[in-house]
Design a protein around this ligand. Structure first.
Ligand code: DC
Length: 219
């Protein structure tokens, strides 16, 4: 054993199934889970609530700093209105700001300090925890991801067209892969898990096998 807490870093594009996998792995290993996308969503939500423009760089940085200073009580990330199409758009704008990413980094670094964690996002294995015990890069075809997101939204009673979701996924991929900081790339040493043809059960089995192989390989 290294004596360091177990950190499982999961990165990948929007709607690839990271969240479900992260939750299930956290449950399996008895670890806390942090969906880091919620941090960017909380910044966006706070700005929208105050009538601020998500493109306002100063307001975005101020909001991110305030969020970190409060040590983020969990209720803030449990708000049901963080997953709306409006917040999707605003979050991707604030997430492109280096100052916002820097302000949210300390919280993310502290999160696993005592008990370890499963953390999912875009830059966990590359920027936040390059030293994570295990890194997974979870992906799926754009078509499969659009279909899943469409099912999820319509299941929650949000009326959207499939084509609209496909276009938004494509746009989000471009933003995730082209911002200057926290860009979505596969981390060095990450295991790729393509869930295109996997149901949630098979995806979990594959992720668990990858994690166990790494833990077993720890010195
Ligand atoms: O995973 P998600 O859709 O909830 O993420 C919301 C937004 O935040 C999305 O635009 C990507 C961005 N994000 C990021 O830049 N870095 C992270 N670690 C997690 C999310």
């Amino acid at each position: 054993m290294t004596g360091r807490p177990l950190v499982i870093a999961i990165d990948g594009p929007a709607a690839a199934g990271k969240g479900t996998l992260a939750r299930r792995l956290a449950e399996h290993f008895g670890l806390p889970h942090l969906d880091t996308g919620l941090l960017y969503r909380a910044v966006a939500r706070g700005m929208l609530d105050r009538g601020e423009d998500p493109a306002d760089a100063e307001a975005a940085e101020r909001t991110a700093r305030a969020l970190d200073a409060k040590e983020l009580d969990a209720s803030e990330l449990a708000r049901p209105d963080l997953r709306t199409p409006e917040v999707d758009r605003a979050a991707s704008i604030v997430a492109a700001r280096p100052a916002v990413r820097a302000a949210l980094r300390a919280f993310q670094r502290r999160f696993p300090a005592e008990r370890g964690a499963v953390m999912d996002g875009r830059d966990i294995g590359t920027v936040i925890f390059p030293e994570a015990t295990v890194k997974l890069y979870v992906t799926a075809s754009p078509e499969a991801r659009a279909e899943r997101r469409w099912r999820e939204l319509t299941g929650r009673g949000i009326a959207v067209e499939r084509a609209e979701i496909a276009a938004e996924i494509a746009e989000r991929d471009t933003q995730d892969q082209s911002r200057p900081v926290g860009r979505l790339v596969k981390a060095e040493g990450a295991v790729t898990l393509d869930t295109t043809d996997l149901d949630p059960e098979a995806a979990f089995a594959a992720a668990l096998a990858a994690v166990n192989a790494h833990i077993g390989a720890q010195p």
